[in-house]
Design a protein around this ligand. Structure first.
Ligand code: ZN
Ligand code: ZN
Length: 606
């Protein structure tokens, strides 16, 4: 070991609290730590050995640090098919060529695909066309219900994918929020339908194409048989109607709420839906440091620190941002989230050497990258009752600090946070970026959902996010160690204070079940979620995407799209809904303090 003196002396593995952990977790051997993989198991071995070294114990009532949970690792179609039978008494005089006799019956296999959330099973019945299948809740005071005049009880409904194509922007943005296929399935099921068939209308993008199977981690179906059908099958079904599918869609596309669907009396449909779900087992690793003093009557005698240790493996789960050249390589996930895991281990190690008035729960979650599965499984099983937690501190991507900026998210979950953070920061000296919103795409959302006062630390996104290039050599260990000290001081403060922080519920800024889900637009922007800047700060653009083609780049701040002011990420999500694929939109953005303008042409996301 060589002593290096000077301002920029590298932090040595011996003196850094976090470097060895990050290097171990982001090594080749662990292969990107995909939940349920061998790499996840090896990462778990490392974490367990570290927890044992500091004297942490399995949770009360548990023999092991590993808490397994089952999840769906992937879905594929298992041979769905559909037959369409024109009833013998139907005179199919409208469009069919003379060669097609009445009593036509056809079975399709390649023209049908189960939706990833479909139930498995067989359904037989008559068909009702329910337009776009969109129901805007009464609370929105908007008045759009595709089912208003229809009786679909025990019927098979056919709905169009997406939302009315020719509506004005305001209407589109409202309808888009309820156009997600899961939401449409829920609406159909609630009205008693037996099955939902989705067809991409002839007037829509991707006309006639099947809906790709999306990655879905749900363990079971959504309680409805739901498949997508091709334009061919749609055409066959509409032989039993007195309009073509295109005519029916055209009538709906102005979004006039009085245009209704109709029963397709002339056909019977049999649908067989089969989704194959591959089950795997992931492991949360959870330990605790028992209080060193009798807990007695201390309210909420636990405080928790946590981070997800899983990452994307080789990118096989579909949420990779790797370019073509990097596809299939190990996604090391040094910042996401070996950095947070290292921080949790280091905070625990610090606290292990100090007196404690509360138990400290130490959690390393898996399955976060697949949709917060691990922390949700913990919240469901409650090996420690969650109302016994005084607070939860989360770490996700804390290794790439820039300009001394530390984002602290979810501060709206307790009125106590402002003062606690201010006091802890006297010693730490960060430029704190406080964000009240707890509805973050990380495990803090789980604990907010369980009414636990929470914080989440984050040093911001970067161009290596979710790419194989997120490697251990790019981590800023000195500042990561400072985050550890800061967080340990906050935990001590909570341990020491007799009263637990009070929980405050923060209103969600975006309707669940809408928004993002209805978005089928691809702009190729990578928003910086960590900023409080007015507008949408780009932390990058996707190579070859529409944003790059429009000349946008990292550091640009978008302030207006297609005439809509963009003040934050929610405005941006909203604005995406009203853009049209292939239709150029004016974008106003700030670069180097100057206002500039460009034109961005959105592409279709498949
Ligand atoms: Zn993460
Ligand atoms: Zn991630």
């Amino acid at each position: 070991m060589v002593a290096v003196v000077g301002l920029f002396a590298p932090v040595d593995a011996q003196t850094s609290k976090t470097r060895a952990h990050v290097q171990a977790l982001a090594s080749d051997r662990l292969e990107g730590r995909l939940a349920g993989s061998n790499g996840e198991r090896l990462a778990g071995d490392y974490i367990v050995s570290q927890l044992q070294q500091i004297g942490a114990k399995p949770l009360p009532g548990q023999r092991d640090f590993r808490l397994p949970f089952e999840f769906t690792a992937g879905t594929k179609d298992g041979g769905s098919r559909i037959s369409v039978q024109l009833k013998p008494d139907t005179t199919d005089a409208r469009t069919s060529p003379p060669s097609v006799a009445s009593g036509f019956s056809r079975t399709f296999e390649s023209d049908v695909r189960a939706l990833s959330f479909s139930d498995n099973g067989d359904v037989d019945g008559t068909v009702v066309f329910a337009g776009y299948g969109i129901v805007v809740p009464d609370s929105q005071d908007f008045g759009y219900d595709s089912y208003a005049t229809l009786d679909v009880k025990d019927k098979i409904v056919v709905v169009l994918r997406y939302f009315p194509e020719d509506a004005d922007q305001k209407t589109r943005s409202m309808l888009a929020r309820y156009a997600d296929l899961r939401y449409k399935a829920m609406a159909a099921r609630q009205r008693g339908a037996k099955a939902m068939l989705v067809v991409t209308g002839p007037r829509s993008p991707n006309a006639g194409e099947l809906v790709p199977m999306t990655f879905d981690t749900a363990l079971a179906g959504s309680g409805l048989v739901a498949v997508s059908i091709s334009g061919n099958v749609g055409g066959a079904i509409f032989r039993g109607a007195d309009k073509t599918l295109e005519e029916a869609q055209r009538a709906l596309d102005s979004a006039n709420p009085h245009v209704a669907g109709f029963a397709i009396a002339g056909v019977n449909v049999h649908v067989h839906a089969a989704v194959e779900r591959e089950k795997k087992t992931g492991h949360n690793i959870v330990a605790y440091l028992p209080a060193t003093e009798p807990i007695g009557t201390t309210p909420k005698p636990w405080v928790a620190v946590g981070a997800h240790y899983d990452h994307l493996g080789h990118g096989e789960a579909g949420n990779t941002l790797a370019g073509k050249d990097d596809a299939g390589k190990i996604h090391y996930g040094a910042d996401d989230n070996a950095s947070g895991s290292a921080a949790v281990l280091a905070v625990a190690s610090t606290l292990a050497g100090q007196p404690r008035k509360r138990n400290v729960l130490v959690a390393l979650w898996s399955g976060e990258e697949l949709g917060l599965i691990g922390s949700n499984a913990f919240a469901d099983k409650k090996p420690v009752p969650l109302d016994q937690l005084a607070a939860y501190l989360n770490f996700d991507m804390v290794g790439r600090m820039q300009d001394n900026k530390l984002s602290v998210q979810a501060t709206g979950t307790s009125p106590a946070w402002g003062r606690i953070l201010e006091q802890a920061n006297i010693a730490a000296g960060f430029d704190l970026q406080l964000q009240a919103d707890p509805y973050q795409p990380t495990d803090v959302a789980t604990f907010n959902g369980a009414s636990v006062p929470s914080l989440s630390f984050f040093t911001g996104t970067h161009a290596d996010y979710h790419k194989p290039s997120d490697t251990a050599d790019k981590i800023d260990y000195e500042d990561l160690d400072r985050v550890v000290d800061f967080a340990a001081a906050i935990v001590r403060r909570i341990e020491d204070t007799a009263d637990a922080p009070q929980f405050t519920k923060v209103d969600q800024q975006m309707q669940s079940g809408g928004g993002r889900a209805g978005v089928r637009i691809f702009t190729g922007t990578i928003p910086d979620y960590a900023t409080d800047a007015k507008g949408l700060l780009l932390s990058g653009v996707i190579g070859g995407g529409p944003a790059e083609q429009a000349g946008l780049q990292k550091g640009d701040v978008i302030v207006e799209i297609a005439g809509q002011t963009i003040a934050n990420i929610y405005d941006y999500t909203y604005a995406l809904e009203v853009l049209k694929i292939g239709q150029p939109a004016k974008v106003i953005y700030m670069r180097d303090g100057k206002r500039r303008e460009t034109t961005l042409t959105p592409a279709a996301r498949k």
